[in-house]
Design a protein around this ligand. Structure first.
Ligand code: ADP
Ligand code: MG
Length: 729
C-alpha cells in the first residue's frame, strides 16, 4: 500500500495527545528564562548591577563580573536539572543554530567537574565553515565566533526529557564582520536610539533612551504528519510543487469563522504552554482564511527580544507539532490557489519615559512630537522603499507578494483618511513662505482631533504593505518563514537616518533664528510634500494601482533577484555604513548570500519536480494508460463497435498527451537548468533561474501532472491530494 493510503488509514489511530489541564499562565510564564528576577536571586548585588547596566545602557561587562554572572547562570540552570549549554544564534541560513556542550569536564587528575566559566558564557567558536558567509570568510579569515547578547535573556529548552541552557549570541567572523541577523539588528537599534533621543529632546529633555517595539503576527498551516511525509515536495521544499486544487478550497470562508479543530487545538495549547515557559507573551490565536491555516500573535516587546521570541517560537511550534503527529508549515505558499502565509510586523518606538512615539498625544506638545515621528516614518519609507522591498525578498515570498492575497510588491504607506487630512492641513497652514510665519502657527489645531483616530480604525486597509494602525505601523509584506530581523534592521536603520537628517535641518533653521517649534513644523511640511507619492489609500490589489504607481515612479519589482539590487546601491551602502549597521563588504556578502539562497531554492524545487514526475506521477499514469489500452483492445477483439468505447478512447488520448508533455517538459527543464548552471555571475544566474527554469517550466510541468491527477484512478495515485492534506484531521 502507498504511503498515501497508510497515512489516510492511520489518521485516527492514537493521535490524541493528552495535554495537561490548563495551568494558569502567570504560574508558568518565564519559568525557563533567566529573568531579571532570577538574576537578582542568583547573582551577587555587584554582578546583578553589572548585568543590568549592560542591558539598560549597553555597558561592557568585565571579566570578573563575567565569571560571576556565568556562575549564577549555571547554578540557576543546574537547579532546573540542565546538563548542557549552547550558544544560540541566527546564521544567515534563516534558521537557528546551536552547538551543545556539556557542563561536565575532566580535571587534570581525571576526576569529573561541572564548569561554565566567563569564557563559555561570553564567547565561543562554533565551526563556522558550513554557514553562509557570502565570501566574507574566504576574503578575510576562516573562523567565526559567537558572542553573548546580554540584552536577550538566557533560556532553557526542554527536549525529549533533556534540558539545554541557551545563551542568545551574535555570530561574527574573526575580522568582526557579522554573519548573522542579530548583530546588524542590534546596531540598527542603537543607531535609532541615538537619533530618536535627540529628536525627542526637542520636546522632552527627560528622554534618554528610545527602544523600537515589535509585535509580530505569525501565520502558519498545520497538516497531518503522515500525509506530509508522503509528499516529498513538502518534506524538502516546504511547499507542494504539484497537486490539483480541491473541489472545495477556501471559497466558503467557513474555516475563518469556524471553531479550531480539536487536534489542532490540543497542539496550540501545548506549544503555547512551552512558549509561556520561555517568556513568549502569546496572546491571540485564531483560524485564518485558508483551510488548515492559523495565526498567533504575542503582546509586543522590545524589538530584539521580539525577534528572538519569534525565531524561538517557530522552532517550538515545529517541535511540539511532532508530539501531536502534526506538521507545521511556515512556508509563504505551501498550497497553490489557496492563500499563503505572512508575518505582519507591528512596529513602533517607545521612550524610557513610557511614551509610544507613534501614539497621538493629548497636548499640543506631545502631538507635535507624534507628528514629527509619524511624518519621519513616512519620509523614511518614501526615501528607502527599494531597500524595504529588498529586506523581504525571498524565493518563497515571490509566490505571495502581488498575488491578490498579500500586499503588492509596490511599497506604499496607508495612513487613513483622517491623518491624510491632518497632513493636508499642516501643508496648507504652514505654507512655504517663511516671512509670514508667526506664533499663530503653533495653534494649528492638531491636538484636539488626532486622538479620535484611535477610535476610528474602521477604514483599515488590508491591502497596504505598510499601514498605520492607530499607534503603530504594520509592515505586512514580511514572509511567514522569514526572520523579522531583516525587515526590522531595515526599518530601524532608515528611521535613524531620516531622524538624523531631520534634526540637522531643524537645527539649521533654529540657527538662522527661527523658533524651534516653527522650524519643526517647516521641516515636517517639507517632508509631507516630499513624500506624497508614497501615500496610497486605495485598493493595493487593483490593476489601477499598478498603473498609478508607475506614473508616480514607484517600483513594482516582482522577483527576488532584481529586488535584491537595492541592497548594494550607493544609497544603501551609505545608509548602512553611516549608521554603522553594515560595512560595504558585509552588504556585498549578504547580497551574494541572498542570491545564492534564491538559486538553490529554485534549483532544488526544479530537481525535485523532475524526480517526482518520473518516479511518482508517471508510473501510476502509465499503468492506468495500459489498463485503458488493454480494455480497448479487448473490446475491439470482441468485435464491439468503436462508438461503444469512444469515451475510453478519449480518456486514453488525454492521458497519453499529458504523459508525453510532462516527460518532454521535464527533459527540457533539465536542459535549461544546465544552461543556468553554466552562468558564472551570481546575479545573472539567479535571474536566469527565475525566468528560464521557474517561470518557463514550473507552471507548465505542474499543469500536466495535475491534469493526470484528475484522470488517473484515485487508488493508484501516490501523492496525498489537496483535499486530504487540507481537510482530513
Ligand atoms: P490587530 O492588528 O489584529 O487588530 P492589535 O492591534 O491588537 O491587533 O495588535 C496586533 C499586534 O500589534 C500585536 O502583536 C500587538 O502586540 C502589536 N502592537 C500593539 N501596539 C504596539 C506597539 N506600540 N508597538 C509594536 N507593536 C504593537
Ligand atoms: Mg494586524
Amino acid at each position: 500500500m502507498s504511503l498515501r493510503f497508510d497515512a489516510i488509514n492511520n489518521l485516527n489511530n492514537g493521535k490524541e495527545v493528552k495535554v495537561a489541564g490548563s495551568k494558569k499562565i502567570t504560574a508558568i510564564f518565564g519559568e525557563n528564562v533567566f529573568t531579571h528576577q532570577v538574576a537578582r536571586d542568583f547573582l551577587s548585588g555587584e554582578a546583578y548591577k553589572s548585568l543590568m547596566n549592560s542591558i539598560k545602557a549597553g555597558q561592557k561587562i568585565d571579566r570578573t563580573m563575567g565569571s560571576q554572572i556565568a556562575m549564577g547562570i549555571r547554578s540557576w540552570a543546574e537547579s532546573k536539572d540542565v546538563t548542557h549549554f549552547t550558544h544560540w544564534f541566527q546564521p544567515l541560513t534563516g534558521t537557528t543554530a546551536e552547538k551543545h556542550d556539556s557542563f561536565f569536564t575532566l580535571k587534570s587528575d581525571g576526576s569529573a567537574l561541572e564548569t561554565f566559566d566567563a569564557d563559555a558564557l561570553i564567547q565561543q567558536e562554533p565551526d563556522a565553515s558550513s554557514f553562509p558567509s557570502g565570501g566574507l570568510r574566504a576574503t578575510f579569515e576562516a573562523r567565526g565566533y559567537t558572542a553573548w547578547d546580554p540584552s536577550s535573556p538566557p533560556f532553557v529548552i526542554e527536549m525529549s526529557g533533556g534540558k539545554t541552557l541557551c545563551i542568545p549570541t551574535i555570530f561574527v567572523s574573526y575580522t568582526g564582520h557579522s554573519l548573522d541577523y542579530k548583530a546588524p539588528l542590534l546596531k540598527a537599534l542603537e543607531s535609532l536610539d541615538k537619533a530618536a533621543v535627540e529628536v525627542c529632546n526637542y520636546f522632552d529633555k527627560n528622554v534618554s533612551k528610545v527602544t523600537a517595539t515589535l509585535g509580530w503576527e505569525q501565520e502558519y498551516f498545520v497538516i497531518d504528519e503522515a500525509l506530509h511525509n508522503a509528499r516529498p515536495d513538502l518534506v524538502l521544499c516546504g511547499r507542494t510543487l504539484y497537486g490539483h486544487s480541491s473541489a472545495k478550497g477556501q471559497q466558503l470562508e467557513d474555516h475563518y469563522f469556524g471553531a479550531i479543530p480539536e487536534r489542532v487545538y490540543a497542539f496550540m495549547r501545548d506549544y503555547e504552554e512551552e512558549a509561556y515557559k520561555l517568556g513568549i507573551p502569546l496572546r491571540t490565536r485564531h483560524n485564518e482564511v485558508a483551510p488548515s491555516q492559523f495565526e498567533c500573535a504575542p503582546i509586543f516587546e522590545e524589538c530584539n527580544l521580539a525577534v528572538d521570541h519569534n525565531t524561538l517560537l517557530m522552532d517550538v511550534m515545529s517541535r511540539v507539532a511532532i508530539r501531536h503527529k502534526l506538521k507545521v508549515l511556515l512556508h509563504e505558499k505551501p498550497f497553490a490557489q489557496i492563500n499563503g502565509s505572512g508575518k505582519h510586523n507591528n512596529w513602533s518606538m517607545q521612550t524610557d519615559t513610557g511614551i509610544n512615539l507613534l501614539a497621538p498625544g493629548r497636548t499640543p506638545k506631545t502631538n507635535l512630537m507624534f507628528l514629527t515621528f509619524f511624518v519621519n516614518t513616512i519620509k523614511a519609507v518614501n526615501d528607502y522603499s527599494d531597500i524595504m522591498r529588498a529586506s523581504i525578498a525571498s524565493a518563497q515570498n515571490d509566490h505571495r507578494l502581488g498575488a491578490n492575497e498579500a500586499p503588492p510588491a509596490i511599497i506604499s504607506v496607508f495612513i487613513g483618511r483622517y491623518l491624510n487630512k491632518v497632513l493636508q492641513d499642516v501643508k496648507e497652514r504652514v505654507g512655504d513662505n517663511f516671512d509670514e510665519q508667526d506664533e499663530s502657527l503653533l495653534k494649528i489645531d492638531i491636538h484636539k482631533s488626532i486622538p479620535e483616530l484611535l477610535m476610528d480604525n474602521t477604514d483599515r486597509n488590508r491591502t497596504s504593505p505598510f499601514a498605520f494602525t492607530g499607534n503603530k505601523f504594520e509592515f505586512r509584506a514580511v514572509g511567514s518563514s522569514a526572520s523579522c530581523a531583516n525587515a526590522m534592521t531595515t526599518i530601524n536603520s532608515i528611521m535613524a537616518e531620516t531622524l538624523k537628517k531631520f534634526k540637522k535641518e531643524v537645527d539649521a533653521l533654529v540657527e538662522k533664528g527661527e523658533k524651534k517649534e516653527i522650524a519643526i513644523l517647516h521641516v515636517i511640511r517639507e517632508y509631507i510634500v516630499a513624500s506624497e507619492k508614497i501615500l496610497f489609500e486605495g485598493d493595493g490589489y487593483s490593476e489601477e494601482w499598478a498603473q498609478e504607481a508607475e506614473k508616480r515612479g514607484l517600483d513594482n519589482i516582482k522577483t527576488t533577484p532584481t529586488a535584491l539590487d537595492a541592497m548594494v546601491t550607493d544609497k544603501a551602502k551609505q545608509l548602512f555604513s553611516d549608521n554603522n549597521v553594515y560595512t560595504h563588504a558585509e552588504l556585498e556578502a549578504r547580497h551574494e548570500i541572498e542570491l545564492e539562497k534564491y538559486i538553490k531554492k529554485v534549483q532544488i524545487e526544479s530537481r525535485l519536480m523532475g524526480e517526482i514526475a518520473t518516479s511518482q506521477i508517471l508510473p501510476p499514469s502509465i499503468r492506468y494508460q495500459n489498463l485503458l489500452a488493454k480494455n480497448i483492445m479487448g473490446l475491439k477483439n470482441l468485435g464491439i463497435e468503436q462508438s461503444a468505447y469512444a469515451n475510453q478512447h478519449q480518456i486514453l488520448q488525454k492521458i497519453s498527451e499529458h504523459i508525453n508533455n510532462l516527460s518532454d517538459l521535464v527533459e527540457q527543464m533539465i536542459e535549461s537548468r544546465k544552461k543556468c548552471n553554466a552562468i558564472a555571475d551570481t546575479r545573472e544566474k539567479a535571474i536566469a533561474y527565475g525566468t528560464e527554469v521557474k517561470d518557463k517550466f514550473f507552471d507548465q510541468v505542474r499543469y500536466h501532472a495535475d491534469k493526470l491527477e484528475l484522470l488517473v484512478d484515485d487508488k493508484e495515485w501516490y501523492l496525498p491530494k489537496y483535499r486530504e492534506m487540507l481537510f482530513l484531521r
